[in-house]
Design a protein around this ligand. Structure first.
Ligand SMILES: [Zn+2]
Length: 317
């Protein structure tokens, strides 16, 4: 494994903060394919870091067995200053770096970093995976989100990744400044994984994704693959009309009664919304449909309209 610094940021005190790329080179003179795995765009999403740790461990031992027919690049912490403070945004600037890609008009440190990073990934990749966790509020079942229009190329690749769900969702202008969109626009197929919840490590979900990425490497010919990977989950592929969101009708505390990954039936209770001060139940939250519960609210505080859960249904809602 070769480690290189792709960007270095001066800090007022102490050593500079660096963005590192690890490379596992191909044994062939010309790699069959080059893939980049990127994590940590948001500094409070730690599961991608754990996934990288587990992957690097495994890939180091595969390197000793000369198993690389393609090239693997790992960018394990691309927003180190946000990671140091455990925050989603780049501190000092309070900028979401994953909303600065592809922009040319605002010169700032975060947008300079996103420019360098995008160019570095583009020049080193035929394929990319950008790994995220959810925010503080919602727990997510391991899933890949694909913007409508890219699904033809991406769904077959996403099926290798051992996720429970592939969610094809409509395009919105806000996605245009993300890394995933910019790479896909540049004709580098890029999968965006969303799993778990920020500031935590869900070991089972991480191991599930590690297996999925190893399978992706094998299926795309990057890793020599005589040994088939362990059972890979056939994901549920859902279109936007088959995703139902349940929202709070009241401000209160949401007390959940189920977990993501459950198949629930219409009318089944998923939690209770309470008024803690008056000792009253404001709402019994029941599912309006049957399907796979893939998002559940972990942060109890709600306002009117707060998302509580998402369900992937068989039929359009
Ligand atoms: Zn993120």
């Amino acid at each position: 494994m070769l480690s290189q610094c792709v960007f270095s940021v001066e800090t007022p005190v102490g050593p500079p903060v660096e963005i590192i790329r690890h490379t596992f080179a191909s044994n062939l003179p010309k790699p069959v394919k080059r893939i980049s795995l990127i994590t940590g765009l948001h500094g409070d999403e730690l599961e991608g870091l754990y996934i990288c740790h587990r992957l690097i461990e495994t890939l180091k031992s595969l390197e000793e067995q000369n198993a690389f027919k393609g090239e693997v690049h790992i960018y394990p912490a691309v927003n180190p200053q946000a990671l140091e403070t455990g925050t989603r945004l780049w501190p000092f600037f309070s900028v979401d770096i994953n909303r600065t890609f592809g922009q040319t008009n605002t010169p700032s440190l975060p947008s300079e970093v996103s420019k360098v990073l995008l160019e570095d990934i583009k020049s080193n990749s035929d394929l990319a995976v950008d790994i995220h966790s959810s925010n503080l509020h919602l727990m997510e079942l391991p899933q890949i989100r694909i913007i409508k229009g890219f699904e033809k190329k991406l769904v077959p690749l996403a099926k290798f990744c051992n996720v429970d769900l592939i969610w094809v969702h409509p395009h919105a202008e806000i996605f245009e400044s993300t890394l995933g969109y910019s790479l896909n626009q540049a004709k580098i197929p890029t999968l965006v994984i969303e799993t778990g919840i920020c500031l935590r490590i869900n070991k089972n979900y991480c191991e599930q994704i590690v297996l999925g990425i190893l399978n992706l490497l094998q299926q795309t010919g990057i890793l020599d693959g005589d040994e088939p990977q362990a059972n890979i989950i056939p994901p549920k592929v859902v279109q936007p009309e088959c995703v139902t969101m349940i929202q709070a009708k009241n401000a209160g505390l949401f007390v959940k009664q189920t977990e993501v990954g459950q198949i629930i039936t219409e009318g089944e209770k998923i939690g209770t919304l309470i008024d803690p001060v008056e000792g009253k139940v404001l709402e019994e939250i029941c599912s309006p449909c049957s399907g796979l519960l893939f998002t559940i609210r972990e942060h109890p505080l709600t306002s009117k309209g707060t998302p509580l859960a998402r369900i992937a249904t068989e039929e359009p809602a």
